[in-house]
Design a protein around this ligand. Structure first.
Ligand SMILES: [Zn+2]
Length: 513
C-alpha cells in the first residue's frame, strides 16, 4: 500500500548537504516536513502531487543570515542609482529630473545605491548636482553602503542643516572647502534623515515594498532571512507579524533587534528564539564603528551592553568591519565570558571584514561565529584592491580561515547593500573574484560544497535552527530550491548565471520561473 504525501519531487539531482547521504533523486514531503529522501525507485511507495524535476538540482533553500528587510522594501520603491543602472553623476541627474517631472513639488525624491567609485566622475554627487536636477523637490540619495547620503539644498533645509550646524555624535557633515557650506554629503546620519526628516512610508506603500521584497527573495531561492536592523524593537516585531499573517512575506524570518528594546521584550516574556519557525526573535544587534577615528560606543559601554544581553540569555550580533572594531568585539566577548561564564550562546560578528591572525585566534577561543558577505568581494573587490592596505588584504573577508578555525561562517548579502541573490556570493567564495575578474586573497577560497553550506546550514546554525533546516533530511522543514544547474559540477564561472526554477517553503511551491 502506498503512503499519502503532499509533495513528491522525483528525477532530481538532490544535493542534500547532509554529509552522511550527500546525493539523492527523490524527496517526499508530508505537511511542512521532509519524510523521505532516496532514489527514484521509492516513487511507488507514495501517492500525492508529483513534480518531475527533469534532472535539475534540488538543494536546501538559501538562508540569508543578515539582511535589512524594510530598507530593501523601501529601496524597491526608490530610484535605482546603483552601478547596474547608472554610470555617472549626469545619469543620476537625468533619473532625478524624470522623477521630478512626475512628482508634485515639495515631495521627497529618493534614490538609492550610488557608489562614487563606479561613477565616471569618481566622486560623490553634491547638493549642487541634485539642485540642478530638482530645484523644487527635496532629494535624498543614499550611498550603497547605507552609511552616507547626499541631500540637495531643499533637503538640507528640511533637515535643519546649515553652515552653523556642528557634526552630530557619530556623524559627519562634509563641507565645501572654500565656503564651509555643507556639500550635501552626510556620513553616519542616514537613520536621522530617514526617521526624523523624511516622512515615513504609508502603510500601503510599505506593504507594496514588502511584497516586492518578498518576490525578490523567493525568486533568488531564499527561504529564510535574518533581519539585522538595529532599530528593530517590539513595534517592528508586530509589523513583521502582520506581514506574515497576511502572506506578504513568505520566507521564514528571524528578527534581531537593538539593545534599547531588550527590557520590553523581557517584560513581555519574549525570550531568545521566542516565536515559531515562521517568525522568531533573534540576537541583540550591536553596531560598532570608527567613523571619527575612535571607537563608538566606547569599549566600556560595549562590554556592558554585550554583557547585559548575554546575561539575559540572548545571542549578541556585533557589527564590526574594521580591524579596530573586530578587536573591540573580541575584547567584549572575552569580558562577558569572564563576568558571566555561560558558553554556547554562539555570539556573532557581523561582517568581521578584516581579521588578522591574532584576532582569529581570540574569536576562536570565545567560540564566536562570523556572518560574512562573500558577494562584497564580487561587487566591491575593485574598490578593496584600491583602498585596503596591502598588509590587510590577506585578512579581508576570509572564509577558509573561518571554516578551519571553527568560526562557523554563515553567508549573507546585507541586502540592500548588495543584491540578495546568493549565487554571486557562492561564486566569489569559490573564486575570490571581483566583477572585473581580479582575484582577492585566493588562499581564502573554499570548495563549492562548503560555499553552498555557508548559505544554508551556516545560516541555520547562526540562528540555532540547524535541527530544523539547512539540509535535505527526514524530519526537517521542506524548504528547498530547484536550480537550473548543479553549482558543484558546473565550471565556477557559470555559477553566478544559474537560474532559480522553483522555490519551496514548508512543502509549498511559492515561486516558479
Ligand atoms: Zn547590515
Amino acid at each position: 500500500m502506498s503512503r499519502e504525501a503532499d509533495l513528491i519531487l522525483y528525477n532530481a539531482n538532490v544535493l542534500t548537504l547532509n554529509r552522511r547521504k550527500p546525493r539523492a533523486e527523490l524527496v517526499v514531503v508530508k505537511g511542512d516536513r521532509i519524510v523521505w529522501v532516496g532514489k527514484n525507485d521509492g516513487l511507488g511507495l507514495f501517492k500525492g502531487k508529483r513534480i518531475d524535476c527533469e534532472g535539475k538540482t534540488l538543494m536546501p533553500g538559501f538562508n540569508d543570515a543578515h539582511i535589512h528587510l524594510m530598507s530593501y522594501a523601501s529601496n524597491l520603491l526608490s530610484l535605482d542609482c546603483s552601478s547596474a543602472s547608472v554610470a555617472s553623476v549626469s545619469d543620476i541627474q537625468a533619473l532625478i529630473k524624470q522623477q521630478a517631472a512626475r512628482t508634485p513639488q515639495g515631495t521627497w525624491i529618493k534614490g538609492v545605491g550610488y557608489n562614487e567609485f563606479y561613477l565616471a566622475e569618481h566622486r560623490h554627487p553634491t547638493r549642487r548636482d541634485l539642485d540642478q536636477a530638482a530645484p523644487h523637490h527635496p532629494v535624498r540619495l543614499t550611498h550603497r553602503s547605507l552609511h552616507a547620503c547626499v541631500l540637495n539644498s531643499l533637503g538640507l533645509a528640511l533637515a535643519g542643516i546649515t553652515i552653523e550646524t556642528p557634526d552630530p555624535d557619530g556623524g559627519l557633515i562634509d563641507r565645501e572647502p572654500e565656503t564651509g557650506e555643507p556639500s550635501g554629503l552626510l556620513y553616519g546620519m542616514n537613520s536621522y534623515i530617514n526617521e526624523q526628516v523624511i516622512p515615513p512610508l504609508s502603510d500601503e506603500e510599505l506593504r507594496q515594498g514588502v511584497r516586492l521584497a518578498n518576490q525578490g527573495l523567493l525568486s533568488s531561492g531564499i527561504t529564510s532571512v535574518q533581519d539585522a536592523t538595529v532599530r528593530n524593537g517590539f513595534e517592528q516585531w508586530q509589523t513583521f507579524h502582520g506581514f506574515k499573517e497576511r502572506g506578504d512575506l513568505v520566507p521564514r524570518l528571524s528578527m534581531m533587534f537593538g539593545l534599547h528594546a531588550l527590557a520590553e521584550f523581557k517584560k513581555k516574556g519574549m525570550y531568545y528564539c521566542y516565536g515559531d519557525s515562521r517568525l522568531r526573535l533573534g540576537a541583540v544587534k550591536y553596531i560598532l564603528d570608527e567613523t571619527k577615528g575612535q571607537l563608538n560606543p566606547s569599549q566600556g559601554e560595549l562590554n556592558e551592553g554585550v554583557l547585559q544581553a548575554h546575561q539575559a540569555g540572548f545571542q549578541v550580533a556585533i557589527h564590526a568591519v574594521e580591524e579596530g572594531t573586530v578587536e573591540a568585539a573580541a575584547t567584549a566577548l572575552e569580558y562577558c565570558l569572564i563576568e558571566y561564564p555561560k558558553g554556547g550562546r554562539r555570539h556573532r560578528l557581523e561582517h568581521c571584514s578584516i581579521c588578522p591572525p591574532p584576532l582569529l585566534r581570540r574569536l576562536k577561543a570565545v567560540k564566536a561565529l562570523v556572518v560574512t558577505q562573500p558577494a562584497f568581494i564580487y561587487y566591491s573587490g575593485e574598490r578593496y584592491l584600491s583602498d585596503v592596505p596591502d598588509i590587510q588584504l590577506p585578512w579581508l573577508y576570509r572564509t577558509k580561515s573561518f571554516l578551519r578555525n571553527g568560526l562557523r561562517p554563515a553567508g549573507s548579502s546585507d541586502c540592500p547593500v548588495a543584491p540578495c541573490n546568493p549565487l554571486p556570493g557562492v561564486y566569489a567564495a569559490i573564486t575570490r573574484k571581483a566583477e572585473n575578474g581580479r582575484v582577492l586573497s585566493p588562499r581564502e577560497s573554499i570548495s563549492a560544497e562548503d560555499a553552498l553550506r555557508i548559505y544554508t546550514l551556516g545560516g541555520a546554525y547562526a540562528s540555532f535552527e540547524e535541527q530544523l533546516k539547512g539540509s535535505i533530511e527526514v524530519g526537517k522543514l521542506a524548504d528547498m530550491v530547484l536550480l537550473s544547474a548543479d553549482p558543484i559540477s558546473v565550471a565556477p564561472e557559470q555559477i553566478k548565471d544559474i537560474q532559480v526554477e522553483k522555490t519551496i517553503v514548508g512543502g509549498e511551491v511559492v515561486w516558479e520561473r
